[in-house]
Design a binder for this molecule. Sequence first.
Ligand SMILES: [Zn+2]
Length: 410
Amino acid sequence: MPGTNDRFDGKRVLADLNALRAIGAYRTGVHKPTFSEPHLRSLDWLAARLPEAELVAAIDGIGNVFGTSAKAGPKLLAGSHLESQNHAGWLDGPLGVIYALEAARVINPDPGIHGAVEVASWCDEEGHFGSFLGSRSYAGAVSEADIDAARDRSGDRTLRQALQDAGFAGRPRVTAEAGRHIGYLEAHIEQGDTLESSGLKVGIVTSIVGIWQYRITFTGAQNHAGTTRMAVRKDAGLALARFCVAIDDSFPALCGPRTVWTTGRITLDPGAPSVIPGSAEMLFQIRDDNPAVIERLEQQLRRMAAEVTAQGRSAVQVERIRTGVPATMTSAFQDAIEAASAACAGGKSIRMPSGAGHDAQVLATIMPAAMLFVPSIGGISHHWSENTDDADIVTGAEVFVETCRRLLAG
Ligand SMILES: [Zn+2]
């Protein structure tokens, strides 16, 4: 019926999110690893919805779903992802996709609005086969050789096989068309408790933190755990443990207000109770939105490594294995979200960086990009109990649609 699709409908947003939750349900969350059967069904579900928003649906050769519009005027790209972490929450990803769909349903059929919202669901944001595979493919940053080399992190299926099984092999991959979009907008649950603990409804993302990762190796001397006197040991495991503590002691004086650091995996070699570890390794990660802070902390790591090495018991090496440049969100888009929050959410918004990675950071490399957050109950995410109040979901959707309207109006 004409005229029924052009009004914002919060109930429709909730119903759609629950429909996606029913596909691959796990407790109150979902289990939808990339290219699993429930993930593929979710992609088809979205493709079937897109015509409601006067969009032509297509799924490309990497599993990205696109809804494209033939309407005249400026076009805004909006979306998120539909796969999940294993046994995880129902909103991480689908929230942003359904907000985009709702914005398109409200805006595209409206002849009074010049321009359209186009919808994207980026494949494998959660990194089962790679990291930001779909959005990076769209940005032209994934080669055929990258696809050849990728495999499922938890199984033995290659990406090529998974694409074959899904029926996507041989399809072209869609890449960004220069000048087509005025920018990209993505909504996401906060996955932290900043909004909830402050009674706020909308987070306006200022930047998405960069992630720097290091492999720190310790080389001592492997020896008998019963006969080697304590005084002469070169225990690489002990050196590693001390190093971890030293990081925690020295970083607070050098870091920024929101810097976080984590030792993710420790390996001792040979890792037997009767053998003094001859070598040890730790994978270490730092996140911040300021490269100068990271630079300072990295220098500190190298200084500490040199000091321990000079003491003569263990040689320490610091190797940077991943550099993630922080992504700055477009300030005019942030202003639009703020104005929309004032109009639809009583101004209960705050500007904040994102500590988690999102497809928006990839899109930000090729067009203006912005993100808005809605509250997460208890700050919980990447867990099946992840949730957001229905009322907050609806408020966020309203702010999202209003933001799209304002961005298209220029
Ligand atoms: Zn996500």
